[in-house]
Design a protein around this ligand. Structure first.
Ligand code: SF4
Ligand code: SF4
Ligand code: SF4
Ligand code: FES
Length: 946
């Protein structure tokens, strides 16, 4: 597809009553509040502009967009003048042309005239406007005072800032404020001296800038421009696709020259992101062409051997023969598979199909096991469906936002920007988190309440919120009566009113002052539309499912489900974790969350697939590893997942993998898990295949092939080849055919097809006869399960306890610039912001242990130990330490334990009792792991040709 510049209406769309006016003799009707500039573009006209762009509120500084209005004096700016009924506007007169030329002359007289060699040549609004106003000469000459000698800031790894080219239109400053909400830029000084600067004339890299790129996109000149464009030139073609990082699911235009990506530009029509992005999606795509990508299949008979590069046929045949041998020797259930939340819905569907149809068992699981499986259990039990209740747009109507166990500014940045915009408009914020996350206080945003609880006490805190509501008469009885199961409600009411759930009774172990908690509960119940957003700080606990159900109780009892602005919303971590769950990746469920024991569902799949399906649920990931250690599970096919780094208790995962006879890893890179693999199948990046991802709001978006698969096969093709070699051929020619099968077999996807997604831009499931356009808001007319079920959510403390040996609690999380196990982001310039995992520790705890900022420390739990550097920070509360898990060298999961959620086995990453002490050498584990990794990654060099 060639480049199609998007239409820029100059100012945002409005939604008022209809107003009819005349522009250049054309009659046009637009909503009240629309600017003349926007109306003109709607009418197919164009008014020159520089400081206006439709992602930003009008500013009116450049004076280029002047128009004449009949009956009015002067020449008002069309970007700041709203339409009025009967208005008659002229946009092209001799007088206007003269005025505009004069304005452009002033701009150009202080602008370097290096257009031919400028990286923005052909994509520069200043250049376009000079042409549009017919500028042919600059009467003032170029000799006077100018800014040509100002110094370029090249500190940011992804874009440059060349003030010599700046026209001080403020678009960048406004983008940073209005779109991103970071307020990193200012216009310093006045008049001729006025200039854009990050912070107090700092360099971009050292400033508050989070490198989202909104300013770069907004800049009409080459002042702020991507380094990739400077290096590679202007892109020549584009493909609309979906970000492969987080669960926000931003839409992008991948802009390319040949098969080289030049830049990723957020797509204005993307319904999840509306043209915005974060540093990962916009800039951190270089991993896809990284030199460490493995592009040839490899095999080895034992992990002591070096890898041997082989053909696809040999690798696939070897893997299949090993799985067959193992099943013949150890039984049908001795093998299994893991689907990837990074791969497409179609690829995930195929892996679980391979396990159920070709392996003939249900031993399939997904990495959602270790993140949001409690969401599935909790929301399905209470509301009837395993997904968030809202679309992202809904937050724009929330009056109270409760963020619990989530750090959206780091983990879901584009959604965080939307949320912050709503908070700046006046919505109130409650944060429940052990750390002082950025949302607690950031420019123009301040939480009304921060419930800084001790890790592991979520259930007690949410119960206490509900207790206040239930005992102070703040319930929405009418809603409950109409929509909920009354028997369960009565039981719950008696339970929750028990004084043991009161803020006063729980304060001692939650650490949240009773008065603060009461204030937060009253705000949630009485502040208008209240929405809950939560993340892994809720689910990755021994009571993760309980907290999810406690939040559903809270929302139901206050009537906060079933319309815009409210709801219970999991902020899903990975790009397709929702999809991986939807596609039947769990051992007990077929696609659409239907239990394998359900005979009619099984019959449907058996008829379509022509094989019997085991009615018994298969093994979950932890069970597979346990069974491997016990000797009954011997082979595994892992697509796009690094369980050695991402799963808890690394030693146990390593022992499980080491005990297997055939580990097949399909990935872009030789990851940590591949150290234990016997077959390596090269994966394909999101740029190299067609398919769909489903984001946190159940939105299914197309992923489009921008370049051919670098290793020759897309992941879905590899799975098909393996399945065929196992004796169960599949016959899809394109991923759209896989989606057609998903739609045939899954009632909530019945109306989904690639053609339909293309037509609508994206679709939120359920999409079927009842909801042909999809479902932005769930449970509008009633709960999916019928009546909303209240569940008793008793607080049971985790068995992981602090004590004299391990007096601190470790909790883990992410940082903006890195992503999960870091396999992608560590292979990009994002390391400029986070080159290592650090341990955040409160100054008091640090002082007690003689630890200074930057010191190496030993982090030890009963599961293991590792070393990393300390960061002394008041974001932590005393007694709690925090780290990220992006770097394999740190091995944060060496210390996490085997405790897990009672309902789903989701590991308790967020609570580990640890001790921290200064050290001057790396842990034994790190030394051994280094040596092991080096050995395990050897690739035999091919014998020299004769
Ligand atoms: S990159 Fe984003 S955060 Fe940084 S200055 Fe630009 S808009 Fe602001
Ligand atoms: S950097 Fe670009 S967007 Fe910002 S004021 Fe200068 S020209 Fe305008
Ligand atoms: S917010 Fe998430 S989906 Fe959007 S660009 Fe960033 S990583 Fe990608
Ligand atoms: S575009 Fe209207 S004043 Fe700049």
């Amino acid at each position: 597809m060639a480049l199609h510049p998007e239409i820029d209406y100059g100012t945002p769309a409005r939604a008022g009553a209809a107003v009819t006016l005349e522009i250049d003799g054309q009659t046009i009707t637009v909503p009240a509040g629309t600017s003349i500039m926007h109306a003109a573009v709607e009418a197919g006209l164009s008014i020159p502009k520089l400081c206006a762009t439709d992602s930003l509120e009008p500013f009116g500084s450049c004076r280029l967009c002047l128009v004449e209005i009949e009956g009015r004096r002067g020449t008002p700016a069309s970007c700041t003048t709203p339409v009025e009924p009967g208005m008659k506007v002229k946009t092209q007169t001799e007088r206007l042309q003269k005025l505009r030329k004069g304005v452009m002359e002033l701009y150009i007289s202080d602008h370097p005239l290096d257009c031919l060699t400028c990286a923005a040549n052909g994509d520069c609004e200043l250049q376009d406007m000079a042409g549009a106003v017919g500028l042919r000469e600059v009467r003032y000459g170029y000799e006077g005072a100018n800014h040509f000698g100002t110094q370029k800031d090249e500190s940011n790894p992804y874009f440059t800032f060349d003030p010599a080219k700046c026209i001080v239109c403020s678009r960048c400053v406004r983008a940073c404020e209005e779109v991103q909400g970071t307020f990193a830029l200012t216009i310093g000084a006045r008049g001729f001296e006025s200039h854009v600067s990050p912070g107090q004339d700092e360099a971009f890299l050292g400033s508050e800038c989070v490198s989202c790129g909104a300013c770069v996109q907004a800049c009409p000149t080459a002042t702020l421009i991507e380094k990739s464009v400077i290096e590679l030139g202007q892109p020549r073609r584009e493909v609309i696709t979906t970000c492969a990082y987080c669960g926000v699911g931003c839409s992008f235009k991948a802009e390319l020259n040949g098969n080289t990506v030049v830049r990723m530009t957020p797509w204005k029509d993307g319904k999840a992101n509306h043209g915005h992005s974060c540093v990962k999606g916009r800039f951190a795509w270089g991993y896809a062409a990284h030199k460490e990508r493995i592009l040839k299949p490899m095999i080895r008979s034992s992990i002591d051997q070096p890898w041997r590069e082989v053909s696809w046929e040999e690798a696939i045949d070897y893997a299949a023969s090993e799985f067959k041998r193992i099943q013949a020797k150890y039984g049908r259930n001795s093998v299994g598979g893991i689907t990837s939340s990074r791969c497409t819905n179609e690829e995930t569907f195929l892996v679980q199909k391979l396990v159920r149809a070709a392996f003939g068992n249900n031993n399939v699981d997904t990495c959602a096991r270790v993140c949001h499986s409690p969401t599935g259990y909790g929301l399905k039990t209470t509301l009837g469906t395993s997904a968030g209740t809202q679309d992202f747009d809904s937050v724009a109507e929330a009056d109270v936002i409760l963020v619990i166990g989530a750090n959206p500014t780091d983990a879901h940045p584009v959604f965080a920007s939307r949320m912050k915009r709503r908070l700046r408009e006046g919505a109130k914020l409650i944060v429940v988190d052990p750390r002082k996350i950025d949302l607690v206080r950031s420019p123009h945003v301040e939480a009304s309440f921060h419930l800084q609880l001790m890790p592991g006490t979520n259930v007690a805190v949410v119960n206490a919120l509900a207790h206040v509501i239930a005992t102070e008469g703040l319930l929405n009885e009418e809603y409950v009566k109409e929509r909920c199961d009354l028997e369960s409600f009565r039981d719950w009411l008696a339970f929750i009113r028990d004084p043991q759930n009161s803020p006063e009774a729980t304060e001692a172990y939650t650490g949240v002052p009773a008065a603060t908690l009461r204030g937060a509960a009253r705000l949630y119940a009485t502040g208008g539309k209240a929405a809950i957003y939560y993340g892994l700080g809720v689910t990755e606990h021994s009571q993760g499912s309980t907290t999810v159900m406690a939040m559903a109780n809270l929302a139901m009892v206050t009537g906060n489900i079933g319309r815009t602005g409210v709801g219970v919303n999991p902020l899903r971590g990975q790009n397709n974790v929702q999809g991986a769950c939807d596609m039947g990746s769990f051992p007990h469920e077929l696609s659409g969350y239907r239990h394998v024991s359900d005979a009619p569902t099984r019959a449907l799949f058996e008829a379509a697939w022509g094989v019997p399906i085991d009615p018994e649920p298969g093994l979950r990931i932890p069970n597979m590893l346990d069974a491997a250690v016990d000797g009954s599970f011997k082979g595994i096919y892992i697509q796009g997942e690094d369980i050695l780094q991402s799963d808890p208790n690394t030693h146990h995962v390593g022992a499980g993998l080491a005990a297997m006879e055939c580990v097949v890893v399909q990935d872009l890179f030789l990851n940590e898990t591949a150290n234990y693999a016997h077959v390596f199948l090269p994966g394909s990046s999101f740029l190299e295949k067609d398919g769909t991802f489903t984001n946190a709001e159940r939105r299914i978006s197309l992923v489009r092939k921008a370049i051919p698969p670098m290793a020759g096969l897309a992941d879905w093709e590899t799975t098909m080849a393996l399945s065929a070699a196992l004796g169960y051929p599949m016959h899809y020619k394109h991923p759209s055919e896989i989606m057609d099968e998903i739609a045939r077999l899954t009632p909530t996807f019945a109306g989904v097809s690639f053609a339909r997604i293309k037509e609508l831009g994206s679709i939120q499931w359920p999409c079927n006869d009842k909801a042909p356009l999809g479902t932005p808001i769930m449970h509008e007319k009633g709960f999916v399960r019928g009546k909303g079920l209240f569940v008793l959510t008793e607080y049971v403390p985790t068995e992981e306890r602090t004590g004299p040996r391990f007096p601190l609690i470790l909790t883990t999380g992410r940082i903006l610039s890195q992503y999960n196990v870091g396999a992608q982001t560590r292979r990009t310039a994002n390391t400029a912001w986070h080159e290592e995992d650090r341990l955040e520790i409160h100054p008091h705890d640090a002082e007690q242990r003689g630890i200074n900022d930057g010191d190496w420390v030993l982090l030890k739990s009963r599961a293991g130990e590792t070393t990393l550097r300390a960061h002394v920070s008041e974001r932590m509360q005393p007694g709690v330490v925090y780290t990220t898990f992006h770097h394999p060298d740190t091995g944060a999961n060496v210390v996490t334990t085997e405790f897990s959620d009672w309902a789903t086995n989701c590991p308790e990453y967020k609570v580990t009792a640890v001790e921290v002490r200064p050290t001057n050498h790396r842990s034994d584990w790190q030394e051994e792991n280094d040596a092991f990794t080096k050995r395990a990654r050897r690739i035999a060099t091919a014998p020299a040709a004769e």
